[in-house]
Structure formats: C-alpha cells, structure tokens
Design a protein around this ligand. Structure first.
Ligand code: SER
Length: 312
C-alpha cells in the first residue's frame, strides 16, 4: 500500500498538497511533518510528525519507522528571505535535501518529490517562453540552491537509481494560507487587500510580468508527475511548468472586474531586482510531451477562483 509523507507540510504548498492527497489517496495514506503544526483543520485530520528536516538522524528514523513509499520534500527558504539570510538559506535548502536523498539511496522510500522553481533562471535566460534547457545563472541564493539541488537529484538518479522527480514551479497562488518570503507572493497578498477593501502597496514594478500558477494546477501537476510511469520521466533535473503569466498591473485590472474600487500603488523594493532576473513566461513542452501536462487556469480563471474561495 502506498504511504505518502510530506516534509515541510505546514507551508503554503504543503497544506494544499496534503489536502489534495487526502482527497485522492485517503486521509490515512498521507502523513504530514514539519517543525510546526499546521493551523489548517483539514490538514490536521491526518497524522502529524514533528520533524526538523535538517536533523539527519531524525529524518532517517521517521523514514525507517514510517514505511513510506513516497516522500514530498518541500522544505525551503524562498527567494526574498534567502537574500536576507544567504548561508542559512543555503544550509536549510541543501542539508534537508541531502538527508532525504541519502535515505532514498538506502532504499527507505520508493519515490521522492522535490520542488524546484523559476528561480533557477537568471538574467541571461530568454525572458519569453523560457526553454527547458536554457542557461541557468540565478542571482539569488534560493536560485543557486535550486540549480544545485536539481543537479544533485539527477546525480542520485543516475548513480544510485533514486527515483526523484521535480517541477520548476512558477509563483503559486492559493487561498488556504499566506506564503512567506517569496518574490511572487505579492500576488497572493493582492487578493487579501482587495477583499479587505484596502489599497494594495505592491513591491514590484507595475509591468513586471512573472510566470504564475493556481494551486489546483500545481497540485495536479505534482501528483501527475509522481504517478507517471518511470520511463516517461525523462527530465531528471526538473521540469519547466507553465500556468499563466501576468504583471501586477494586469492582476490589478483583472481584480477590478469584480471589485471596481480596488487600487494598487507601486513601491518597488529589492524584490523587483529578483523578479526582473526571472522569466516572464515558461515553455513547458517537455512536461506536455513526457507525461501529458496541461494547465487549466488562465489569469481570468485564477482571479475568479481566488476571489470566490477567499470570500467563502
Ligand atoms: N515563489 C518563489 C519565490 O518567489 C519562486 O519559486 O521565491
């Protein structure tokens, strides 16, 4: 029987992945772990294990005792927070990954999922429809850790047969929690301000387009990749994944269709430099060809779904 463990389960992506997997595989087949408990009642229906993913012995014990077939290792310090704490970001992102990969190498789990990001790209990548195999010259510690992590995942697959799979997520937009420490997170905040009837102060330039994705698409992509037959998974660094793309100005206008009084003011800070080094949009031809990926949400659908969900 399949047993799924999510490490870093109390974060923005973890909460949504747990709930998606509970619906698909049953509550008892999904276990969450983190250094803090989740405040989400749905997540808390399932088993929770307190776990510091940087503690090698603790990770090994959980994976030895738990009988997990699948591990989703989501622990990371995101782009903006990582620039404030470069060495801590590197340490957290890499050490926790090695702890999981080493256990997988020993055969303690069958499959590993590890998220990468559009942050692997840097100023020299083509901005529009950025290709899978274009140059990766990130300017953030987060991006550097994701490029290194991708290459290590490939190494563990090729040298030790570890079935580790990965996606380069765009900015993820979901209603269940506020994200923390990312550059794309402005977009989630905008919805909250709009529904509070408040002006939104955006830390990016109004025309800074970024690749984005509704959480439902991200969770579906994750589970589709994990369920794909092993021979279909040809990219062993990490797959480009495309949802939709918009700028703060376009988001403002789309929200205004439902909340006409919504207003965004722009005060770009250091995060604008990070955003300007990333692609505007992504080419995900390989994901489509290899395991049949196709996004559902466009900008209009994403905005409608977020406003509806947050109103509820
Ligand atoms: N959402 C992430 C960030 O902004 C990018 O993967 O840091």
């Amino acid at each position: 029987m399949e047993r799924h463990l999510v490490i870093g389960a109390s974060g923005q992506l973890g909460i949504e992945l747990i709930i998606g997997m509970q619906a698909k595989y049953g509550v008892n087949a999904v276990v969450s772990s983190d250094i803090r408990t989740s405040e989400d009642a749905d997540v808390n229906r399932g088993e929770f294990i307190l776990l510091d993913a940087t503690d090698q012995k603790a990770v090994r014990k959980v994976l030895t005792d738990g009988g997990f077939t699948h591990v989703y290792h989501l622990v990371a310090m995101l782009s903006a927070k990582g620039e404030d704490n470069p060495l801590e970001g590197w340490e957290l992102n890499m050490k926790s990954l090695f702890n999981v990969l080493e256990c997988a190498k020993e055969g303690l789990v069958e499959k590993v999922f590890w998220p990468s990001s559009i942050a692997v790209f840097g100023p020299n990548a083509h901005k529009q429809a950025t290709a899978q195999d274009t140059c990766c010259d990130p300017t953030t510690v987060y991006g550097v850790s994701k490029v290194a992590g991708e290459l290590w995942c490939k190494y563990y697959f090729e040298h030790y047969g570890v079935d580790v799979r990965s996606l380069r997520y765009p900015g993820l937009i979901g209603h269940r929690s506020l994200p923390g420490g990312g550059t794309t997170d402005y977009a989630v905040e905008a919805f909250h301000r709009a529904l509070e009837g408040k002006e939104f102060e955006c830390y990016l330039d109004e025309n800074e387009a970024l690749p984005m994705m509704h959480m439902d698409d991200a969770i579906r992509a994750t589970l589709e990749l994990m369920e794909a037959p092993i021979d279909c998974v040809r990219v062993r660094t990490s797959y480009n994944l495309s949802g939709c793309s918009f700028s703060p100005f376009e988001l403002n206008n789309e929200i205004k269709k439902t909340i006409p009084e919504f207003k965004t003011v722009y005060s770009p800070d250091i995060r604008q430099q990070i955003a300007s080094s990333w692609p505007d949009s992504i080419d995900d031809t390989d994901a489509r060809a290899d395991w049949g990926w196709k996004a559902v949400y466009d900008v209009e659908g994403l905005v409608k779904a977020m406003l509806d969900a947050l109103k509820r």
